[in-house]
Design a protein around this ligand. Structure first.
Ligand SMILES: O=C(CO)[C@H](O)[C@H](O)COP(=O)(O)O
Length: 426
């Protein structure tokens, strides 16, 4: 049997969802899922509309049923769903009543194992209770912390005899891997629906899944992955991912067009005392960002000679809560430097202050090792403890914006695409 590809429509609007589903079907998608956010936003109308627009496609309603199993299955079935999703860790009484209701209304049940502790044992129980499909799923928030559904798949597909679906951040490569591990359904959300070329993204997944060719994936360390993700997104994407937090105040690029990503080497100094700021160049390694609190907006702790030294050491950039001087040299050298302003005068190298302290820079706390990203919009600081999660979430923001950009390019407006009026606070 050919692998089934299901597109998960996790959007808030039914009209955008239908358009995206049409483009995905053109790319070779088989089943269409009304995602949980869509159902919460539009109710059963989402399923009715999808049924109307796609009379010959299998429609799955991702109800994530946790209780009142029979009633919720009935609702989705009557709205036109062919398959209804319930939570795999719903109580057995809920599962059993959902199964009775599914039989009564002629629909199938899929169980989502998103937060099941022992998914294989639970899948065996679910099969015995009459569930038709298992969904080995890593939720979107779980993905942001680095979880992925594939490790358990092989064991799962050999432990149950009903079809197993895989879901959770799948792209062409991981979807092909899931199929190789025995999945007969792959559920893909963001990597299709957030693409600026939905049809192309769907085709890519179709080809990968059908050929079962698993592209070589270069193994990256966690730090390499964080750096790569952060280098692909903008500082606005990152502050969005941080709920509008993290941006440094009043600090701007001094070298337009230069981006930087790196880990902070912090320096606390006083009124242009440039001893510690320059000594930090010896402490910082390749790919680090020197972050300085200067304590004066008028006396510079940094200039062209220090910047040239950074170039020699492969330092990723410099951020100063204070001014710089030698601005022409700094621009010519090209190392990304971010500061409050530029002035002619420097302080003296007295040697007060500290390298590697917890500092304040641009009204943000910065600790050694925090990730610092700068571009023409400004500078953001990402606490090292949440760096992976925020990098992943920023990538999601970037992908989502690409699709919105594409829809505006087709003649819409931002307000129309986002249905701003509808979502204004009541
Ligand atoms: O059910 C879901 C979230 O709870 C999603 O539909 C599922 O995770 C697929 O989307 P993605 O590929 O973006 O992870």
């Amino acid at each position: 049997m050919n692998t089934i590809i299901q597109v998960a429509l996790d959007l808030l609007e039914i009209d955008r969802s239908i358009q995206i589903a049409k483009e995905a079907v053109e790319g070779g998608i088989d089943w269409i899922e009304a995602g949980t956010p869509l159902i919460k936003s539009e109710g059963m109308n989402a399923i009715r509309q999808l049924r109307k627009s796609f009379p010959n496609h299998t429609i799955l309603a991702d109800m994530k049923i946790a209780d009142t199993g029979a009633f919720e299955v009935e609702m989705a079935a009557k709205a036109g769903a062919d398959i209804v999703m319930l939570l795999g860790n719903a109580d057995d009484s809920t599962v059993l009543d959902a199964v009775r209701s599914a039989h009564k209304y002629g629909v199938k049940l899929m169980a989502d194992l998103i937060i099941v502790e022992d998914p294989v044992s639970r899948a065996i129980e679910l099969e015995l209770m009459g569930v038709d499909y298992i969904n080995m799923h890593t939720g979107i928030d779980q993905q942001m912390t680095g979880k992925d559904p594939t490790p358990v798949l092989e064991k799962m597909t050999t432990s149950v005899s009903i079809p197993v679906a895989a879901a959770g951040g799948l792209d062409a490569a991981s979807a092909a891997m899931a199929v190789k591990a025995g999945a007969s359904i792959v559920i893909v959300g963001g990597n299709i629906t957030q693409s600026d070329n939905v049809t192309g993204a769907a085709k890519k997944i179709r080809e990968a899944v059908d050929s079962k060719d698993i592209p070589e994936i270069a193994h990256q360390t966690l730090e390499e992955e964080i750096r790569q993700l952060l280098s692909e997104v903008s500082t606005p994407n990152i502050t969005d991912a941080m709920h509008r937090k993290g941006a440094m105040k009043d600090i701007h690029t001094m070298v337009a067009g230069k981006r930087m990503v790196g880990k902070a080497v912090t320096v606390q100094t006083f009124e242009g005392d440039w001893a510690k700021t320059v000594e930090a160049i010896e402490v910082a390694g390749e790919g680090d960002v020197i972050v300085i609190y200067n304590g004066s907006r008028h006396i510079s702790p940094w200039g062209g000679l220090a910047t040239l030294s950074c170039l020699n050491k492969g330092i990723a950039g410099v951020v100063i809560d204070g001014p710089v001087r030698d601005i022409e040299e700094i621009r010519a050298i090209g190392v990304p430097v971010f500061a409050i302003s530029n002035v002619p005068n420097a302080g003296d190298p007295k040697g007060f202050g500290e390298i590697g302290a917890s500092i304040h820079c641009g009204s943000q706390n910065v600790n050694p090792g925090d990730y610092i990203v700068g571009d023409d919009n400004g500078v953001v600081v990402i606490p090292k403890e949440r760096a992976y999660e925020i990098a992943r979430r920023a990538k999601e923001v970037e992908k989502n914006e690409k699709r919105i950009y594409e829809e505006i390019k087709r003649g819409s407006t931002l307000s129309e695409v986002l249905k701003l009026k509808k979502w204004e606070k009541m």
